[in-house]
Every structure is written in structure tokens, then in C-alpha cells.
Design a protein around this ligand. Structure first.
Ligand code: GAL
Length: 682
């Protein structure tokens, strides 16, 4: 993906600061020296050197050490740490330390604490215990950022700013009074008049009309289904409120260090923040990823997450900010990674465009809630499998760097991700409960099985960069969005629209007269009605009854049946429901339009049908498949001149590449130079 501009949101600075952060391939992790006696720090630097660490994220949770009492700053320890790291050749991504306010702050400003929908005020004692709309929090956080930026902006170790940490991870929405007031202000800017809000929210339903913005509240726990548009606007507001906080910190940092790169760590497909809105405000996209080692399918979500990060940066290299060398501590059952899994996982990040692999955290904690979370340097010390694997990977990445650093990953296929649609299908009072992200992965997986690299994009991206565009459950769309999709198909694209798409507009009002809006003409169909067959939860198989598909694309399907009516003579029916509510109706249609084609899939086909569809689409759109037959458990990606093929399983797997079938040992990574004949198997 080259020149797309995802959003028209205004960036925080005109020139993108020179990227010292990714000028070299990065290896390292979160470093929390405040948890240790200073005697340990020299050993840390020495062992970092041994492991090939060249970047440490410092100070993420150090506010209570940096400002132990209001307005009294203690920086000498951090000066010492940064100097030692610098002397040891380790660069620093310095945190603004605002993710966990100190006890004195919470005690003085209890109204800054976040509140749940049920009205429970969350307490001090973990982290992220602040409402994004708290004026006191904002004031104190910015005061701290000012100090840090002034003191360390010119420090030779510092190569970038790490703002806050994982916005919204624990508190996606806060229902406190300051949030309610801020929500009212946000609404009055958005709607200007209360009548416009009444119209958008459909408040004539259940007597919900408002006479002034003062009467409007956040969607607290209520007796029955909340107003859907109120819920959606509150989700949008909550993302915006966190983004405003982030941008306020960036504004301070830019004043002190106009060219220092700024980032904050994303969390993959995270419902609480619309990352298309956020991405233009980060100089380097960074991500935290923790695929479950016990789940053999988790590599699919991890691959998609990495592709999302590359896409958020419009193709630019990104940073894997956090990952685990082995087990985490926050699942119910925390499996450790068998030998080789860690390396294969990290190399897929590099294959998918990362120019840095960092971890949570450098040294495993001795105390606190993360003492059982893996680290680069484990409790048992250096004479351990984990530390040896870390050192080996550090060396390998350094060796690989000249061949991958800054190199592009090109994608000819894209999948549309739309946060409003995600939020809307996740609301109560819907026809079924299909997890948007799980459905997205169901459509991503068949591309992965053929080694077709996929970008993710917002609906209004420049789609002309792609030969195939899939819109899975694109539930919420505007007239302009639909016209954009129509233009894409007519101009030679291959557009695939799936069930539950184009059902609602951006106010969540139904597209009447057969749903799909102007897409009816594009697809040559309308929808009379539908039935839900089952539901889809994250990491699960679809529940409910299956349905049979007959025709050129025959097999089983799940989740949904639309009652499709064909309205255009050029619409071909390529598969039909053999049974159930929509028996005899089209399950799969294709219509040629302009120089392209528009497909509609009114159900979730099984794997064999999806594989057959990918075969058809990639042939028709002339998109290269790196795997010549569908293969689970293998990732094949081209980055720059390299072909990287990774066995993500603990079994031997055969991968059919264009050059022939290769046999991959468990967790084997094959890195092949495309422009030369030599192949090196690692
Ligand atoms: C992240 C967080 C880190 C650490 C990690 C553990 O959510 O940013 O500070 O808690 O999880 O997996």
C-alpha cells in the first residue's frame, strides 16, 4: 500500500519527525529499573549488551517515583539509569509515565477515578485509575510531561517518546460526571441543535426526546436496551476523549522536541479506540501482541494484527512494542511457549513489516501483579532456555537487519475494518451475536492459507491500490461510503460484500427498501429478509445450524441466510441455499460492473468453499498466491527481496511454494532471497 491517506484528520505536526527510532533494527523491551536496587542496573546493561538489546522503554509506570509528592520531582535516579544505558549503547524510548497516577494524586482528586456504567467508582491499587475526561488528571499529567520533556528531550540516549500506555486497556469508557459533561459538549458540537440529536438518535422511540443538551447523559446501566445511537456516540466520544489526552501530551512533547518521534502502544484489534482516527497522530505505529501459545489458531489473529499495524502506518515499518518470550500471567491458564515458538512468532512480525521487536519486559519482576509474566531475563537468570533464545534472536535480528530494514511489504488484497460497524454489531438487540473481530478473521484466514498478504483499510481508503477488497459485515455505512465502493468495483476492482453489510447508516438508521442502499445497483440484488442461523464468538467455531450450498461453490455454511432477490439481468447466481429458511435463494452472487466485479456472500461459507472462492478471486484479479495450495499453520510473506515462510505449528508441515514443495520442521523459519538463487533455511 503506497500513497493512501486513511483519514483527513489533522496531524499534530507538519513534517513527520526524522525517524531516529527505526533508523536501525530494534530489539529490547520495557525496562522498569525502579523495581530493583541500583546495584542491579549495571548487570542489566551488561546483559542487555549480551542479548543484543539496543532499545529500552523506560519509565512507563514510574510517576510515583518521579513525583513522590505533589510538584516535587525526583529525577536523579532516572538520570543515572539513562546515563548507564547510554554508556552501554542502549537507546531509550522514554515514557511520559502518565499511565498510573500516584496515590497522593488519587487521594487529593478522588473525582478523577473512573466510574463504570453501574456507577461503581474504581479504586487505587492497580493502574489506569483515571477518567480520560478528568481535568485534574490532565493538568497533573501534562505538568509531569512538561518536566520530563524539558529534562530529557536532549538526552543522548533518548530516541523517541512513549506516550502513556495502552490507552483504554482497562478503562474503555468512564461514566463519571466529568465524562458526562464532556460528552454533552461533544454532542453539542456534533449536532449543533438538540433537534438534530433527537433525529439522529431516533428519540421518538420509547419517549426518549430531549429538550436540551443538559438533559442528555452517558448511557449508564438502565432497565432495558439503551438507545443504539447514544451507545455508538458514547463509544465514539470515549475514543476521542482518549485521543485528545494523547494529543495534549504530544503537544507538550513537540514544543520541547519538534523532531523527536512520538508513539503510543496500540493493542491490535482493540474495540475501544478507532485506530484509523488515531494513526495519523503517531510518528511510528507500535503494537502490543500476546497470542495464546495454547491456542493453535492464535497465529491467525497475530498475523492479522501485524498486518493491521502495517496498514495503520500506511505501509511504513512499525514497532512490536510488547510481546512475551513465554507465558503471560493474565489468562486463566497460562501456557509457556515450547522451544522455537517464540522465535518463529517474532520473525512473523518482521516479515509483516516490523523494524523492531520489543518485549514486556526486560527483567522478570520479583513482586507485584506481573511477577509471573515472562520476561527476556527470567527469574532463573541467564542459564536458561529463555535467555538463550532471547540472545539468539537478538543476534539473528541484527544479522537480518540490512536485508529487511525499511523494506516494503506489498499487498494487493484488502479487508475493510470499520469501528462503527464493530460497535454496532456488538450492541444488544441485534439479530445475532457475531463477534466482529472473529468474523473478520474468518475472512482473513483463507487469504493467509494461500500466502496472500492482506492490508486492512477503512472504507474510504484509496481502494485503487487493491485488486481485491473484502467488506465483511460492513454493517454501518454512509451514502458516500457506498458510492466509494461502487466506484471501486466499476473501475476494475473485485469487491466482495458479505452478509450484514450496508444495513444501517452512520446514525444507525436502517437502509430501507431492501437494505444495501446504492449497493443494490452495484451488486444487482436486494434483501427481502434474513434469518440468523447461529452466532460466532472469538476463538470459537460458529454455533447453531449449518446450511447446505449447491451450485459451482458447493459446501456448508453458517451463521446467516439472506433472502436475496436478484434485480439485474447481469447478476450471476453461483451458489444457492439447498435448505432452511432461504432454501432456493442465492447464497453467492457476482455481477460484472464497469471493468470490475461485485460479489455478495449471504452467509459464512466453510473452509473448502472459502478456499475455492480465494482461488477464483485471485485468478480473476491476478493476485499472486505464495502458497500454491491452501495450507494451515504456515505463513508466507514477501518483504523487500525476501520470501519468509514460517511454520507456526509444532508439527512438520509441507508448504507448496512456486519453486516446489518444501518440508518445514516444527516452528521452522525459511528466509529466501528472491533475487538470487540461494535459499537459507534457519
Ligand atoms: C500490557 C501492558 C504492560 C504489561 C503487559 C503484560 O497490557 O502494557 O504494561 O502489563 O500487558 O502482558
Amino acid at each position: 500500500m503506497n500513497s493512501t491517506s486513511h483519514t483527513d484528520s489533522h496531524r499534530d505536526s507538519q513534517p513527520r519527525p526524522a525517524n531516529a527510532l527505526l533508523s536501525t533494527s530494534r530489539f529490547g523491551g520495557d525496562y522498569n529499573p525502579e523495581q530493583w536496587e541500583s546495584q542491579v542496573w549495571d548487570e542489566d546493561v551488561r546483559l542487555m549488551h549480551q542479548a543484543g538489546v539496543n532499545l529500552a522503554t523506560v519509565g512507563v509506570f514510574s510517576w510515583s517515583r518521579l513525583e513522590p509528592r505533589p510538584g516535587q520531582y525526583e529525577f536523579s535516579w532516572l538520570d543515572d539509569v539513562l546515563d548507564r544505558l547510554h554508556a552501554g549503547g542502549v537507546d531509550v524510548l522514554l515514557a511520559t509515565a502518565t499511565a498510573s497516577p500516584p496515590a497522593w494524586f488519587t487521594r487529593s482528586y478522588p473525582q478523577s477515578l473512573p466510574v463504570t456504567a453501574e456507577g461503581v467508582r474504581l479504586g487505587f491499587g492497580s493502574r489506569q485509575h483515571y477518567s480520560p475526561s478528568s481535568a485534574a488528571y490532565r493538568e497533573h499529567a501534562l505538568r509531569l510531561v512538561e518536566q520530563i520533556a524539558a529534562r530529557y528531550g536532549q538526552h543522548p540516549a533518548v530516541v523517541g517518546w512513549h506516550v502513556n500506555n495502552e490507552y483504554g486497556c482497562h478503562v474503555m469508557r468512564s461514566y463519571d460526571d466529568e465524562s458526562a459533561a464532556a460528552f454533552r459538549r461533544w454532542l453539542s458540537v456534533k449536532y449543533s441543535t438538540i433537534e438534530q440529536l433527537n433525529h439522529a438518535w431516533g428519540t421518538d422511540f420509547w419517549s426518549q426526546r430531549y429538550d436540551s443538551f443538559d438533559e442528555v447523559d452517558v448511557p449508564r446501566a438502565m432497565p432495558s436496551f439503551p438507545n443504539p445511537t447514544q451507545l455508538l456516540d458514547f463509544d465514539r466520544f470515549s475514543s476521542d476523549a482518549m485521543l485528545a489526552l494523547y494529543r495534549a501530551e504530544v503537544e507538550v512533547l513537540r514544543r520541547h522536541t519538534p523532531t523527536m518521534p512520538v508513539t503510543t502502544n496500540f493493542m491490535g484489534f482493540f474495540p475501544g479506540a478507532d485506530y484509523w482516527q488515531w494513526a495519523p497522530h503517531l510518528d511510528v505505529i507500535s503494537d502490543d501482541a500476546y497470542p495464546d501459545p495454547a491456542d493453535p489458531e492464535s497465529y491467525v489473529g497475530a498475523a492479522a494484527q501485524r498486518d493491521l499495524m502495517r496498514s495503520l502506518g500506511e505501509g511504513r515499518p512499525w514497532l512490536l512494542m510488547e510481546s512475551a518470550t513465554t507465558a503471560v500471567q493474565w489468562r486463566t491458564v497460562n501456557a509457556s511457549k515450547p522451544a522455537g515458538m517464540y522465535r518463529s512468532e517474532q520473525l512473523t512480525a518482521v516479515a509483516r513489516g516490523a523494524d523492531g521487536v520489543l518485549h514486556f519486559q526486560w527483567r522478570q519482576s520479583k513482586a507485584g501483579a506481573e511477577k509471573f509474566h515472562a520476561a527476556m531475563l527470567p527469574h532463573a537468570g541467564t542459564d536458561t532456555r529463555v535467555f538463550r533464545e532471547v540472545c539468539a534472536l537478538g543476534a539473528e535480528l541484527a544479522e537480518l537487519a540490512p536485508r529487511v530494514l525499511g523494506a516494503d511489504v506489498s499487498a494487493r488484497a484488502a479487508i475493510i475494518v470499520d469501528w462503527d460497524s464493530w460497535r454496532a454489531v456488538g450492541q444488544p438487540a441485534n439479530p445475532t451475536h457475531t463477534d466482529y473481530h472473529a468474523n473478520l478473521l474468518a475472512w482473513y484466514r483463507p487469504f493467509l492459507r494461500r500466502g496472500i498478504t492482506v492490508d486492512f483499510c477503512p472504507v474510504r481508503a484509496d481502494l485503487s491500490n487493491y485488486d481485491i477488497v473484502v467488506a465483511p459485515m460492513l454493517h454501518v455505512v454512509s451514502q458516500e461510503d457506498l458510492e466509494h465502493l461502487d466506484t471501486y468495483a466499476r473501475s476494475g476492482g473485485h469487491l466482495v460484500v458479505t452478509h450484514q453489510s450496508a444495513i444501517l447508516d452512520r446514525d444507525l438508521h436502517v437502509w430501507l427498501n431492501g437494505y444495501l442502499g446504492p449497493l443494490q445497483q452495484t451488486l444487482g440484488i436486494r434483501l427481502e429478509e434474513w434469518t440468523a442461523l447461529g452466532a460466532l464468538a472469538s476463538g470459537q467455531q460458529p454455533t447453531g445450524v449449518a446450511t447446505k450450498l449447491v451450485g459451482p461453490f458447493a459446501g456448508q455454511a453458517y451463521l446467516w441466510q439472506d433472502v436475496v432477490a436478484v434485480i439485474d439481468a447481469h447478476t450471476e447466481v453461483l451458489s444457492t441455499f439447498a435448505d432452511g429458511f432461504a432454501a432456493g435463494r442465492p447464497a453467492l452472487t457476482r455481477r460484472s460492473t464497469g471493468t470490475g466485479a461485485a460479489w455478495y456472500v449471504s452467509t459464512l461459507p466453510d473452509e473448502a468453499v472459502l478456499d475455492a472462492l480465494i482461488e477464483r478471486w485471485s485468478t480473476e484479479a491476478d493476485v499472486k498466491t505464495l502458497l500454491q495450495r491452501p495450507t494451515s499453520g504456515v505463513e508466507a510473506v514477501e518483504r523487500g527481496d525476501l520470501l519468509i515462510v514460517v511454520n507456526r505449528t509444532a508439527e512438520r508441515v509441507q508448504a507448496a511454494l512456486a519453486e516446489g514443495v518444501v518440508d518445514l520442521a516444527p516452528f521452522e523459519v525459511r528466509i529466501e532471497e528472491r533475487r538470487s538463487t540461494g535459499a537459507s533455511s534457519h
